[in-house]
Design a protein around this ligand. Sequence first.
Ligand code: NAP
Length: 457
Amino acid sequence: MDLFIQTSYLVAAGLFILSLKWMSAPATARRGVLAGELGMLLAIIGTLLRHEVVSYQWIMIAFLVGSAIGVPLAYLMPMTAVPQRTALSHAFGALASALIGTAEFYRETPHGFVTVALVVETLLGFLTFTGSLMAFGKLQEILPGRPLTFRGENAFNLTILAIGVASLGWLVVDPTNVAVAGVMLAVSLAVGVLLVLPIGGADMPVVVSLLNSYAGLAAVATGFAIDNNILIIVGALDGLSGFILSVAMSKAMNRSFSNVLFGAFGSAAVAGAGGSSSAGGEMVPISAEDAALRMAYAERVVIVPGYGLAVAQAQHQARELADLIEKRGGDVRFAIHPVAGRMPGHMNVLLAEAGVPYDKLVGMEDINEKFAETDVALVVGANDVVNPAANTNPKSPIYGMPILKVAEAKSVIALKRGRGAGFSGVENDLFVDPKTSMLFGDAKRSLITLGLEVKNA
Ligand code: NAP
């Protein structure tokens, strides 16, 4: 039996690695998800067959309760809420790790290395639990999105941290001390809250990804503590991929990691200071008829989707419009910015769901070379990722962020509801550029009207 269990773990580990690899490209992403699911099934079956599992009764109850919550959550949740849903599942995962750590502590007083693993697991688990709940609250707008700070915060945090480190050391030497274990538990819970509250809501996706990494490390520690190889492997994969993702997201926003964690990007103060448009000028509206005419007779069109497309759930209408233009002989591509939307791969997922062929989804570097020869760039609910201030205005908070060079296209049509700023709170010079025309309204409605008009053109 042990051989079967270890083999199932080994195959599961291989599937997890393949899953991560396949998920890095839209064409293989579905296969990646399936491989991950299969790997998880094997890991669970292997674990349930271990001789330490003596009764299945409580496991079945937990399985049913978990499924009753998880399945509707997955089906009913809109794509735009994926970051907060991820935060919530990290919170649960981390709580599970922390509770296992606590239970192991009381079941059998640990010694030596196991004590260290258990203490680290519990600390990271509880910290990730409250941190992820705070991130969820900010993303769901239950908590204020602005950075929440207070006077004497640094001194307070340092004191808390010192108490945490001291109790951690104490517990390693004297694992039976229940009072110190309680102090460490309280400190871990408090650190999670203190770590996330001072960070602006705008940076929560990076924070969620970082917390993902902590949850992975907690799983590694659990694996060592309860002698489970698959937890060690999966935790390491999760921990490192979460960390790499956080760094990649910070890079795509041209922010240093420390700036995300300790700078208040997205706060009212920052948005106010660098928020005004450097270009000046007025937005020029266009009617749907005129916009459609321009696209119907264009040879090359690039559609630039952003967060607004996701909010409006307009991916199908975007594909239909592209099909109509292509039927008339035009060439249509979709420009994909790595952080368009609210999570990495957001636009790829939506457009793939709408059936846009993968070869039409062009990454930032490749499409940027094509804008100069593009007749019409159609910006659908994108803002920050097309803001030329990132290249031209050193005072702008997004200065240095890599952007889609939409401003180089021969003409630009931008679809948005009104004059609202983007995620960073910064005004966009592109919208007041003389070659840009604004089609105001909800992205889905505008795309439907444009489709009808292109058909009639
Ligand atoms: P954005 O800067 O958030 O702008 C979205 C625009 O969509 C807004 O200007 C809004 O203007 C418009 N909009 C909202 N609802 C709409 C609707 N129903 N119909 C039409 N327009 C609508 O979006 P983005 O250009 O995609 O940039 C993404 C931002 O998120 C970047 O700043 C990025 O750094 C950040 N971010 C992304 C990730 C990630 O992993 N993808 C992670 C963290 C942060 P109106 O209000 O006027 O309509």
